[in-house]
Structures are given as C-alpha cells and as structure tokens.
Design a protein around this ligand. Structure first.
Ligand SMILES: Cc1cc2nc3c(=O)[nH]c(=O)nc-3n(C[C@H](O)[C@H](O)[C@H](O)COP(=O)(O)O)c2cc1C
Ligand code: SF4
Length: 519
C-alpha cells in the first residue's frame, strides 16, 4: 500500500526550502524501493515549522518540521513514514496546540487538501455552499450573507451583504464580481494561503457572489508578486471549467459564470478598490472619486461587487451551514472568525483563525510565543502600514473592529507586526510617512505633498534642538490633521495614524542627539 506524504507548495514554505525537501523525499523513497504518493498541499500556517512535512498514518496525519533536505535520510531511518519518533516530530498534526486551539472555518481545508484536486475539495465539503445557492434566489443569497454579519476583511470592514444588495438592486444587464487579491498590507498572507492552499473555495465563493448579484463574469485581481498563487488559481479555474463548475451553464443551472485572473500593477494603491478598477481596465492605478460606488458603477462603468479574498472565502461555509452558524462566532458587531497573521519579531509567526474577541496578548504572547529575540515587546502594528503603533499597555485589547477603533487603531486585513524594545519608533514613524510619499497615487494634494513634507518635518524633529523640536511637533500634528481631513482616500487619510501613535506613545524616541544634549 502506498503511503501519502504532504510537502507544502505554499510560497512561504518554498522560500524555506520545501521544494528541495520534496525532491529529496521522492529520491530517497526510490533509493529505498518505497512506494509513496507525494501531495503538494498548502501551508497549515505554522510558519516557524515550515517546511512542515506530514505523513498519513493509521493514527492520522503526523507532522515533522522544520525539515531541511539534509534531514530526509534520517527521517527515513527513523521510520517517519509510519510516524516514527525523531527530533523534528510533533505528533499528530491536529494535536499541535497552535492548531488545536484555533477555530478554523475559512481555513478548515488549507494545508489539508491537495489544491490541484477537485475530488479532494469535494470530499472535504467543497461546493456544498454553491449547491445550496443554486436552489436560492439572488435576494435569498444576499439576505443570508447580510444575516451572517460578515464584514469585509480587506480593511474597511463594510458589511458584505449590504454591498451585494446594492449591486443586486442596480439595474444592468452586465455586472461583475471582482476579487481583491492585491494583499498589500505589511505582514499579511491570508489571501495568498487561501489561493495557494484552497483555490476552489475562492472559485466557489465568486460563483455564489455572481449568482447573488446577477453577474456572469469575475476577475481575480492578483498581487503581481504572487506567481505561485497565480499558478494555483489558473490550474483550479481550468479544472472547474472542465468539470462544469464554471462556464455558460454552471452545474446545469442555466446560469453562467466565468472567471479570469489578472495580474496587479505592483503598487500599494492598486489594492484600493477604485484604483484597482482603473488598473483592471488597463490604466494607471489612480483613485476614483466616490460616488458613484463601484457596486453601482464599477468595472467598465457596470455594477461591480469588489471583495477581499477572505471575505469571499467566508461565503461558501455561510451558505452551507447557515447564517446563524457563522454569526454565532464573534463578539459585538464583529461576527464570525478572523484569520490573524502574526509576523515580525515573534518566536512562532503564523496564521491563527479564531472567533473575534481574542486579545492581542493571547495572540502575540500565547500563539506567537513572545519575541524571537527574547526581549520585551515594545510595539505592535496592527492592520498594515496605515495601522497605529500600539504600546505593550494595549495588549489586552480584544480583536474586535469597534474595540480597535476606540483606541485609535484598526484591524485592517488582520496583520500583526511585532517589535521588541530595540526598535526606534521615530524611524518607524518616518518610515510610515515615507511609505505614503512613495505609494501616493498623486491625485490629491494633502497626500502627495503632505507626506513628503511630513518626512522632512520628522527629520527636523529628530535632528533639532528642544525649541525646534517643539515647533516642528506642532507643525507635524497640524500636517497630519490636514491629511486626515483632506485626503481623498485612506492612504493619505490614515498614514498619519502610525506617525501620531508613535509620537504619542513613544515620544522619547523623537528626542534626537541635539535634543537629548539640551535636556
Ligand atoms: C491604500 C489602500 C490599499 C488597500 N489595499 C487593499 C488590499 O491589498 N486588499 C484588499 O482586499 N483591500 C484593500 N483595500 C481596501 C479596498 O479599498 C476595499 O475596501 C476592499 O477591497 C473591499 O473588500 P472587502 O469589503 O471584502 O474588505 C485598500 C484600501 C486602501 C485605501
Ligand atoms: S490620498 Fe493619496 S493615494 Fe489617496 S487619492 Fe489622494 S493622493 Fe491618491
């Protein structure tokens, strides 16, 4: 009987040597005359253990990691194909604490199934959401999504069902569904993991969205730096088409839905939905004025639903298990589960899917295991480059959209980047402003000019004497206020938050050499 071994083809695992490990396992098996089936799965999201090799045994899947090419002969010697003991063994995968304590709904199959196999997808509950949706009207599907309480996971946390309803109600013969897979936020990788590890889920989700609003064409706007996700998505789309899950007659329903992958423009602003549409139409990614909302006048001027990968990927399970099932997870107005992506200076970086309500501390100290350097945590940035830098005193904040807004933060796409006490927060503030200057689309003055002036003012604060520092601090706050109030989109409108939070919580770092001498 052939044994199944799983070695991820996830880009993160590949960057850590997974390809060489897969090749070495296949070669060693041939050398020893052992027949095995090598499945290239997605990542379980336990990145500190990647490349994580799993073996199907009678007791279920057993995990080994991080495995390097050189470890392979010793693993065979230790009889890892039957779950044998070894220094890299972690026992049954589902018993690893990091995974066991999570509440995986959207990521239930990621790392489990073979992303190239439609049969595997179906065997693990795939396409049940679409089967339910095919028996419902567009209005009923939209109402189910509204009832689930699902909010956009791309950053703005807008209720997904309300957006769908606006598009459904817009009279037009041609409508579109666009998936925002630009994933530009620092420390985020949930979208990539889904596309590489469970691509049929996104295809199913977009098909359901198409049925809901009356769109027969979808586009996945994919971050240009994601070639592995592109291959996984294109292979899955071709398979779904061949099996009748995409095309002019989805599952014999008489309704059509086609899907294409389009590569992004390589700029942070191309993740902003209206710039994305410009880019998708073949122009430079530049922000459009709103209104009109994309749901009414979007791609090529037609009603368009634009949602993030995680938002869409949450839909099949809602259709399959019901709005109430999903809504029962979470707290307050933050319903369901959220995939948090832990990054930065952490011992155990990785993806944690859990119901809203978990605290930042439980994530960075519990799951993350504290800093990799072993030094105290000084700051965490949640929500990407526009998120506030939070001090350690805020670690008891629950993961909840409203709780974060109350402390001047935001959850964004769920990325958390951790810094230890060696971080220079004035340099981080400068970096945040500089990021805005580099990535500004240039359409409005507060962002285009303000961000460049902001970098200069931060330099003057750090380099100046006490009087100059105080004068420039007032100027910086004034400038930030103008950017927040006067910018056309959230890039210029939110870039001040990391800057101001650094100034408020870590003021001592702005006292430069000249300032310190005068104090
Ligand atoms: C500067 C900027 C960059 C953004 N980048 C992304 C991105 O990479 N991915 C994403 O899903 N949303 C991004 N957004 C949010 C989108 O504009 C939009 O809100 C989102 O695609 C809507 O989907 P959702 O409701 O499912 O979150 C960005 C917004 C701004 C202002
Ligand atoms: S805030 Fe910046 S990125 Fe947004 S529209 Fe204005 S110039 Fe463009």
């Amino acid at each position: 009987m052939s044994i199944t071994v799983y070695v991820p083809r996830d880009a993160g695992a590949l960057s850590l040597g997974a390809e060489a490990v897969a090749t070495a396992i296949a070669a060693e098996a041939v050398r020893r005359g052992i027949e095995l089936r090598l499945v290239r799965n997605g990542s379980r999201g336990l990145y500190w253990l990647e490349p994580l090799v799993e073996v199907d045994t009678q007791a279920g899947r057993v995990a080994y990691g991080p495995v390097q090419e050189d470890d392979v002969p010793a693993l065979f010697d230790a009889d890892f194909l039957r779950g044998g003991g070894h220094a890299l063994a972690h026992g049954p995968t589902h018993d690893i604490d990091y995974l066991k304590s999570q509440q995986r709904l959207t990521f239930e199959r990621v790392g489990v199934v073979d992303p190239r196999s439609l049969e595997d997808y179906r065997a693990h509950g795939g396409y049940r959401g679409l089967a339910a949706a095919l028996h419902m009207s567009g209005e009923e599907i939209v109402q189910t999504v509204i009832d689930s309480g699902l909010r956009g996971r791309g950053g703005a946390a807008f209720p997904a069902g309300i957006k769908w309803k606006t598009c459904l109600d817009a009279p037009a013969t041609q409508k579109y569904v666009v998936c925002n897979a630009d994933e530009g936020d620092s420390g985020t990788y949930a979208d990539r993991m889904i596309m590489e590890g469970d691509p049929f889920m996104l295809i199913e989700a977009m098909t359901i969205a198409g049925l809901a609003v009356g769109a027969n064409q979808g586009y996945v706007y994919l971050r240009v730096e994601y070639p592995h996700a592109r291959r996984a998505m294109e292979a899955a789309i071709a398979t779904a088409e061949a099996a009748g899950y995409l095309g002019d007659d989805v599952c014999g329903s008489g309704k059509g839905f086609r899907l294409e992958v389009r590569m992004g423009g390589g700029a942070y602003i191309c993740g902003e939905e209206t710039s994305l549409l410009e880019s998708l139409e073949g122009r430079r990614g530049q922000v459009r004025f709103k209104p009109p909302l994309p749901a009414i006048e979007g791609l090529f001027g037609k009603p368009t639903v634009i949602n993030n990968v995680v938002t869409l990927a949450s839909v099949p399970i809602i259709l399959d298990r019901g709005a109430g099932y999903y809504r029962d997870y979470g707290v307050g107005r933050s319903r369901g589960t959220v995939p948090i992506q832990l990054a930065g200076n952490l011992r155990r970086p990785g993806l944690v899917e859990h119901a809203f309500g978990l605290t930042l501390r439980e994530l960075v100290e519990g799951y993350g295991g504290g800093t990799a350097s072993g030094r105290p945590i000084r700051a965490v940035q949640v929500g990407g480059p526009l998120g506030a830098y939070l001090p350690a005193s805020r670690l008891d904040t629950p993961i909840d959209y409203e709780a974060f807004a109350a402390i001047g933060g935001m959850l964004g796409h769920g990325g958390i980047v951790v810094f230890d006490d060696t971080v220079d927060m004035a340099a981080q503030a400068r970096y945040a402003m500089e990021f805005c200057a580099i990535e500004s689309c240039g359409k409005c003055t507060p962002c285009r000019i303000g961000s460049t002036r902001g970098v200069e003012v931060i330099d003057r604060i750090v380099e100046g004497d006490v009087q100059e520092r105080e004068r420039n601090e007032v100027l910086l706050r004034d400038l930030c206020e103008t950017m927040v109030a006067g910018s056309l989109c959230a890039l210029g409108g939110m870039a001040p938050f990391p800057v101001l939070s650094a100034l408020d919580h870590f003021h001592e770092d702005f006292v430069g050499a000249a300032g310190k001498a005068a104090v």
